[in-house]
Design a binder for this molecule. Structure first.
Ligand code: UD1
Length: 453
């Protein structure tokens, strides 16, 4: 079978086109991503709908491989990364059917060795299929992953954990091959300590352990809301998991899991991006649906710089950025610390705060590439090692800029909205990987921005 490949520069359809998570690939010509023209000094007002969480969606799509029965996934964000993940599953023998708000996936005919390099190399999260495939079939062969160029991003914690669960793992020619040691092809429950609370490793190992024989404990597990979401899916499929959202996960393995219907949580990073936009444009935005308790760190930082954040109900919050402008210090950390995925957007925000702010990036070693682009717009930022010192300037000015990674692209968009004049941003394939109709949502609250070839 020919495996259709998504062109690297393919973009999600614009609002007038029908989005399908399954139509991604091969079935229509890619839309050129072009240049985004952003008019500055935007005054934003209104309510922004928040889409399903990208990082949950990718892990949850991998999680559906744990059962041979169909799983319906709802509130799926319209993203190139989601289309790529569905394409990877299809290449592994999965039947995917587009639904109005998501996809139904049926992996009765799952193959353990056919994840396509071209797609896996474009997206790190695709590697996470190794856990469920190995647990279900007893073997898995997955190319080493790619993704944003924000650091080395090894997979040693995934590999060590799978070995502890009773797999032999070999890496040769860029392919990771894992095989269960037990004769019956099942993994064996184990006590695992993660040297670092890696989100992806926690997800890989949690999924793998659901079908292992006996109990698995994962100590120093990641506590991100996306772990709760994936555990929610697995429980809905019949898995026995406790402790998700704490540092210790306990999984009692079961022989098989069943199909389910599951709705993905709202995207806290998308919400955080709009919160930063409201504060940077000294505007007022209401965001819904959100889970306010998943946004504790960004809310605290917005309040420190003088923005007002009101939790209107358990799915809605309002950011009033008219009083923003004080400096603050931010250190990125595993959840519940400040998320690395909001670092670039908050750096853009702090460029217009008075005095000096510092941002320390502790999660990824190469996640400051947006600094040079923000400086092109008149920001004053000095970087030493993993620390950026942002000295506030009175105004940014529009400039030609290039997005270097996913969250950097969002930071440049919101900087462009606040700047004087026009910003022309290239590298839009990064934006399309992870933001669901960002331009449409911004236009609906008063921004002027347009994509042209
Ligand atoms: C996930 C998110 C990503 C987010 C990151 C941290 C998805 C699809 N992506 O990525 O958006 O920025 O969490 O919140 O959910 N590490 C190792 N060895 C490993 C695994 C990770 O050294 O085996 C290191 C990484 O290089 C990095 C740090 O641990 O420096 C954090 O990575 P991790 O939490 O695993 O991030 P991802 O799951 O890749």
């Amino acid at each position: 079978m020919m495996i259709p490949i998504l062109a690297a520069n393919a973009a999600v359809p614009h609002s007038s086109e029908k989005f399908s998570p399954t139509a991604a690939v091969g079935s229509r010509p890619p839309i050129p991503t072009g240049t985004l023209y952003i008019q500055g000094q935007a005054q934003l007002a209104g309510t922004v709908p928040i889409s399903g969480a990208k990082n949950s969606a990718l892990a949850i799509l991998a999680g559906t491989l744990l059962t041979a029965e169909p799983c319906r996934i709802r509130n799926l964000p319209r993203l190139v990364d989601v289309q790529r993940m569905v394409a990877i599953l299809e290449a592994m023998g999965v039947q995917a059917t587009a639904e109005p708000d998501g996809v139904t996936v049926h992996s009765a005919d799952l193959q353990g060795g056919s994840a396509p390099y071209d797609l896996v190399s474009q997206m790190r999260a695709s590697f996470f299929v190794i856990g469920p495939v190995l647990a279900r079939l007893g073997y898995a062969q997955i190319p080493l992953p790619g993704g944003c160029a924000i650091g080395a991003r090894p997979v040693d914690l995934h590999v060590k954990g799978l070995q502890a669960l009773g797999a032999d793992v070999a890496i040769a020619g860029g392919i990771v091959e894992a095989r269960c040691r037990r004769r019956d092809g099942r993994l064996q429950g184990a006590s695992i300590y993660l040297d670092y609370p890696s989100v992806g490793a926690t997800e890989t190992l949690m999924m793998a352990a659901t079908l292992a024989e006996g109990e698995t404990t994962i100590e120093n597990a990641a506590q991100e809301p996306e772990i709760l979401d994936l555990a929610g899916l697995c429980r809905a499929m019949g898995a026995q998991i406790t402790g998700d959202g704490t540092k210790t996960l306990r999984i009692q393995g079961v022989p098989t899991l069943h199909g389910t219907d599951y709705e993905i949580l709202p995207d806290r990073v998308e919400a955080g991006t709009f919160m930063a936009a409201a504060a940077l444009c000294r505007s007022v935005l209401t965001l819904t649906p959100v889970v306010p308790q998943h946004l504790g760190a960004p809310i605290a930082k917005l309040q420190e710089i003088g923005a007002l954040v009101d939790i209107l109900d358990d799915r809605t919050l309002r950011v009033d950025g008219r009083g923003a402008g004080r400096p603050t210090d931010i250190e990125t950390l595993p959840y519940p610390g400040f998320p690395t995925d909001m670092q670039a957007q908050f750096m853009a925000l702090l460029t217009l705060s008075e005095g000096n702010s510092t941002i320390q990036e502790t999660v990824f070693e190469n996640r400051m590439q947006h600094v040079a682009e923000l400086c092109r717009m008149g920001a004053h930022i000095r970087v030493k090692g993993s620390v950026a010192v942002v000295t506030g300037v009175p105004a940014l000015s529009g400039a030609p800029v290039t997005a270097t990674d996913l969250r950097a692209s969002a930071a440049l968009v919101i900087a462009g909205l606040a700047a004087h004049g026009e910003t022309q941003m290239q590298g839009l394939h990064h934006l399309d990987r992870g933001y669901d109709r960002l331009e449409e949502k911004l236009r609906a609250v008063g921004a002027h921005l347009e994509r042209r070839p």
